[in-house]
Design a protein around this ligand. Structure first.
Ligand SMILES: [Zn+2]
Ligand SMILES: [Zn+2]
Length: 164
């Protein structure tokens, strides 16, 4: 009978979905640290995300993984506190990262977190590589000069290249 089939379907749809696991993957220590930061910096909003990220003007995203959690969270907070809203040139990006790591070191002292020099260097290296990649001439592979936020100059090809 069609009516009863229909009604069965409705009943099936009304079955509550399985509840997602309510426990956070963060350790109690990291959760407590997060709560402290939330109350110390009420102007910013801290949200779980797919990576550690500051999205201007005031959203700080964190990855729910315990590895380097406190340090990387402070690093994004550093970007937020320094007002790193825009950057146009890749070299500026590197400067911004350097500044942010210097600020992270300060924040680590304030919040009792051990600063990891080698992690900071590794992170900066990825930016150095990225900056370098961004300034290579697509024709000859030489490192170009940055002349504006939109363009590079290749000394070998002797021409101005639009940034990608
Ligand atoms: Zn950064
Ligand atoms: Zn070239």
């Amino acid at each position: 009978m069609p009516a009863s089939i229909f009604s069965d379907n409705v009943r099936e749809q009304k079955t509550p979905p399985r509840l997602p696991d309510a426990t956070s993957p963060l350790s109690e220590k990291n959760l407590a640290f997060l709560d402290n930061l939330k109350s110390a910096y009420p102007n910013f909003s801290f949200k779980p995300g797919r990576k550690f990220l500051f999205r201007p003007p005031k959203s700080i995203f964190y990855l729910e993984s315990n590895e380097n959690f406190r340090l990387l969270l402070l690093h994004e907070l550093a970007h937020a506190l320094l007002g790193h809203f825009t950057f146009n040139r890749s070299l500026e990006r590197l400067t911004i990262e350097r500044d942010a790591w210097a600020k992270t070191r300060e924040l680590c002292e304030t919040h009792g977190v051990t600063f990891d020099e080698s992690l900071a260097e590794t992170e900066l290296d990825t930016y150095r590589d990225w900056v370098h990649q961004k300034t290579l001439c697509k024709t000859c592979g030489a490192t170009c000069l940055e002349i504006s936020s939109e363009s590079l100059f290749c000394p070998f090809c002797q021409k101005i290249i639009k940034r990608s």
